[in-house]
Design a protein around this ligand. Structure first.
Ligand SMILES: [Zn+2]
Length: 336
């Protein structure tokens, strides 16, 4: 099963580039940029990763960003993820980035997006992995700041496929960003938002992303299972849910394998993703393998989860058909 998962062609739809910053790269960038880290070694940094909920994770995540200063740093970060992803047979990825995490430190928007974009182009050429970019707003910052960053992105609109919403959900409901997301949609961008696991007012927030924002996808969204009305709406609109098993384990002490199986049985389009793999110490294959072991998933269920990711991706229809065909060829070859 491990071998099957590792060799299966996959898409990843929920991965934060800043969350792919490996401690080794962090140390080399810190040295280059003359920044001193409060740890002696990469191993000591990893040992200090102590998350038990969203705020405790975010504190460490934002501190980690300080080493990212120059365009080449964003190139190196993105390249390293795409190289790792290609080695795991990920053939397509949709990447989140958090520009406000950088502009608030004095790093220009242009520096961030140019470094990321150039690495995406290089990786497609040299590694054969295709990727698209999603601009995420930090929901614990103001709607004005989000709007300001959307306007900053306008000259680079062709480099983006969509916008998202992440960071601390507590008292930061989706409707706070209604205007920003309406403008993004007007510009032709796809919309997604995080509905993190077990947040205050989670069902109300999931209702808002469906009705007020009218998203094209939901990130996490596991708590929707508590409401038949929400599940029916998600299913009727064929919205994808980007579930992140290892990430969830830090909050709910389970890989949510039961919840994922329930989604599949209800015909909801669940997908498996790594979220912040450098911090959670698990890339996409490790997420699939751990999930399969916890929930004893069959090959057919694993294939359905992989196919869902291509189906609900923001690729063009011919591209989706092409990748789904590759997945079915893989499955046929493995069945013999
Ligand atoms: Zn996330």
């Amino acid at each position: 099963m491990r071998n099957f998962i590792e060799n299966m062609p996959k898409a990843e739809l929920h991965v934060h580039l800043e969350g792919t910053l490996e401690p080794e790269l962090s140390f080399s960038l810190a040295e280059k940029n003359g920044i001193s880290l409060p740890f002696e070694t990469p191993e000591a940094l990893i040992a200090a990763y102590d998350f038990h909920d969203l705020p405790s994770f975010l504190k460490i995540y934002y501190a980690g960003m300080s080493v990212l200063q120059e365009e080449s740093d964003f190139f190196d970060l993105t390249w390293a993820y795409l190289e790792k992803a290609a080695s795991q047979n990920i053939v397509y990825a949709e990447l989140f980035f958090d520009p406000q995490g950088h502009t608030t430190r004095g790093v220009a928007f242009e520096t961030v997006i140019t470094g990321i974009h150039n690495a995406q182009v290089a990786a497609q050429e040299k590694l054969g992995i295709k990727s698209k970019l999603i601009l995420c707003f930090l929901r614990d910052m103001s709607a004005d700041s989000a709007m300001e960053h959307l306007l900053m992105a306008k000259p680079y609109i062709d480099w983006l496929v969509g916008v998202g919403l992440d960071s601390d959900e507590y008292n930061n409901p989706p409707v706070k960003f209604k205007e920003v997301f309406a403008l993004a949609r007007k510009w032709g961008l796809k919309l997604t938002m995080h509905c993190d696991v077990n947040q205050k007012n989670t069902l109300e927030h999931i209702g808002q992303v469906l009705d007020d924002i009218q998203v094209d996808r939901i990130d996490h969204g596991v708590n929707a299972l508590e409401s038949d009305a929400l599940c029916n709406k998600i299913k009727a609109r064929q919205l994808g849910l980007t579930v992140c098993p290892v990430s969830n384990r830090f909050v709910v002490q389970s890989l949510t394998s039961q919840e994922i199986r329930t989604m599949l049985s209800k015909g909801m389009l669940a997908t498996i993703n790594s979220d912040d793999p450098a911090y959670f110490r698990a890339y996409l294959n490790e997420n699939f393998i751990a999930l399969q072991e916890e929930g004893n998933f069959t090959k057919d269920e694993i294939l359905t989860l992989a196919a869902n990711a291509f189906s609900v991706s923001w690729l063009t229809e011919p591209e989706k058909t092409d990748y789904l065909h590759k997945l079915s060829v893989f499955s046929d070859t493995r069945a013999e």
